[in-house]
Design a protein around this ligand. Structure first.
Ligand SMILES: *[C@@H]1O[C@H](CO)[C@@H](O)[C@H](O)[C@H]1NC(C)=O
Ligand SMILES: *[C@@H]1O[C@H](CO)[C@@H](O)[C@H](O)[C@H]1NC(C)=O
Ligand SMILES: *[C@@H]1O[C@H](CO)[C@@H](O)[C@H](O)[C@H]1NC(C)=O
Ligand SMILES: *[C@@H]1O[C@H](CO)[C@@H](O)[C@H](O)[C@H]1NC(C)=O
Ligand SMILES: *[C@@H]1O[C@H](CO)[C@@H](O)[C@H](O)[C@H]1NC(C)=O
Length: 475
């Protein structure tokens, strides 16, 4: 069964919901003048780098064969520093360089946390979220549809995630210390587009008129500082798929968001080295320490200096920067748009096809034809905006911490078809979980096979008729 592209539109939307819930729990301000304890942690979750199917494009044969860069779990814990500990609430937010979270992984992590900390961390106050890279090892989810192309459950993938998440949370827990949180937000252009602009046009005009763009362009950032005002971390949300690396990629990669995290953590570490040298009155070394590698010849003084500073930074100010996913359904990083691989012309607007066929219509990133460059460019755009928001963050959060977590049965939910003020239409209910027929078409980030088409709302028999007609034309 081959399905490239994203069967995760639905789960992405659900993530978005979770994100909003988890983000809003941070901002629920009340009148209490509380102080926070803040802890950050980060640990490797790369997993098996060979022969395991990648999670995301659902493409059999796209099996890992090496590493572009390693994957990490980045954890943030925010606790109320209240006088009576029984009243003090806390939350843990974990951002994974993985396609998505997994209920099986979350339950395992929670049971390990229970052994360590009792009820301090639980289903209600721990949110584990994936950046939606399509280039990490798969097989770690418990539902069949997600592990078909991985040919079942992959213990190594699962264990790497559970171990890494647990360790990152333990680190964050152990370095909890008084601190403050600043909020900032801005629009980031040129880093995402709508990959199904035709589908977007199905929204009522009045609704579309409320928005300037056909995807969410906002980046929202939280800056975490310790009691001395020194930064310890940054966490931001921006909507864009982890599909800068295309479905031919076999190297494990955190795609654009994983790369952005690395860029920001490196940027911060460099700044630490620089300010430390300046403090020691050795400004002349600043330029040298920022210069490129010595190309093998040893620069003993500098490298020992760098090591000393790096080890002191990692111990005292372990800075963690996470680029989290949000409302990314149909939001692509391939900003040049979708083109036909044979003619080089734009694909059919309504169905994302080329001469009636689905497979040849493929989106291009800003570094086209180099997916590594595209990944870097989209990562840099997010990184630059995050640094800008980070440096200018002024709005200090205050108030109590609270959280909401819910399981929602999405079957049988009543939907009103009557816009307010119009004639009354009968209410409808949602059906049991189902994949639409055109789901198999995938997306322009990774088209499916067998000539399924996007936007197709006909039935299977009509599709079979179409296929047999084409076959008879070929004969
Ligand atoms: C570092 O290099 C820049 C130019 O790249 C120069 O303007 C500056 O003076 C240098 N700083 C020191 C301390 O040497
Ligand atoms: C796309 O579909 C709309 C109706 O849904 C139609 O009006 C339009 O002509 C179609 N465009 C193309 C290029 O086929
Ligand atoms: C993926 O990107 C590489 C270049 O980095 C390119 O050679 C290849 O054709 C692309 N594949 C698809 C399916 O877009
Ligand atoms: C969800 O709701 C449907 C319809 O009301 C019901 O048949 C199903 O058993 C429910 N599922 C769960 C897990 O409660
Ligand atoms: C639809 O359901 C809503 C409540 O969810 C109710 O107020 C409304 O009267 C219903 N409309 C019809 C046409 O049954």
């Amino acid at each position: 069964m081959e399905r490239s592209g994203t069967w995760f539109k639905f789960s992405a939307a659900f993530f978005c919901y979770l994100m909003i819930v988890s983000a809003s729990l941070l901002f629920r301000a009340a009148s209490v003048n509380s102080e926070y304890l803040i802890g950050v942690g980060s640990y490797d979750i790369t997993g098996p780098a060979a022969d395991v199917n990648m999670m995301g494009y659902a493409m059999s044969g796209q099996n890992a064969a090496g590493i572009h860069f390693r994957l990490r779990s980045r954890a943030f814990i925010i606790a109320e520093a209240a006088t009576t500990s029984s009243e003090a609430k806390r939350i843990a937010y974990v951002n994974l360089d993985a396609c998505m979270g997994s209920q099986a992984v979350t339950l395992s992590v929670l049971s390990r946390l229970k052994q360590r900390y009792g009820d301090l961390y639980n289903e209600q106050n721990v949110a584990i979220s994936g950046i939606h890279t399509h280039s990490g090892p798969g097989g770690y989810l418990q539902y069949v549809i997600y592990i078909i192309t991985a040919l079942g459950f992959v213990r190594q993938s699962f264990d790497a995630l559970v171990d890494g998440i647990e360790t990152s949370i333990v680190q964050a827990h152990e370095n909890l210390k008084p601190g403050a949180i600043y909020l900032n937000k801005d629009v980031l252009l040129h880093a995402n587009i709508n990959r199904s602009p035709n589908a977007y046009l199905n929204n009522p005009l009045a609704e579309r008129n409320r928005y300037q763009y056909d995807v969410d362009k906002d980046m929202l950032l939280l800056k975490f500082v310790d009691g001395t005002g020194a930064a310890v971390g940054a966490l931001n949300w921006f909507a864009v798929h982890g599909t800068s690396m295309n479905n031919s990629n076999l190297l494990i990669s955190g795609d654009n968001k994983g790369a952005a995290s690395r860029f920001m953590e490196d940027w911060f570490a460099k700044g630490q080295i620089k300010s430390s040298l300046i403090r020691e009155g050795r400004a002349a070394d600043v330029n040298a320490s920022n210069s490129k590698s010595t190309g093998g010849s040893s620069n003993t003084k500098l490298s020992s200096e760098r090591n000393r500073l790096r080890s002191s930074t990692t111990q005292s100010t372990h800075f963690v920067a996470a680029f989290a996913q949000t409302s990314s359904g149909d939001v692509s990083p391939n900003t040049l748009g979708a083109f036909c691989t044979d003619t080089g012309l734009p694909c059919d607007f309504n169905q994302s096809t080329c001469d009636g066929r689905n497979e040849l219509c493929i989106a291009r990133g800003p570094g086209y034809p180099d997916m590594f460059l595209s990944t870097k460019i989209i990562a840099e755009r997010q990184f630059q905006k995050a640094v800008d928001l980070f440096e200018k963050a002024q709005v200090k959060l205050s108030g109590r911490i609270d959280y909401r977590q819910t399981y929602l049965n999405i079957t049988g939910v009543t939907v009103s078809l009557s816009p307010s003020g119009t004639i009354s239409l009968p209410n409808m209910t949602t059906c049991p979980a189902a994949l639409g027929f055109s789901f198999a078409a995938g997306t322009t980030d990774g088209p499916g096979a067998f000539d399924f088409k996007q936007g197709d709302n006909q039935n299977l028999l009509q599709w079979l008729d179409g296929v047999s007609e084409k076959l008879s034309q070929l004969r």
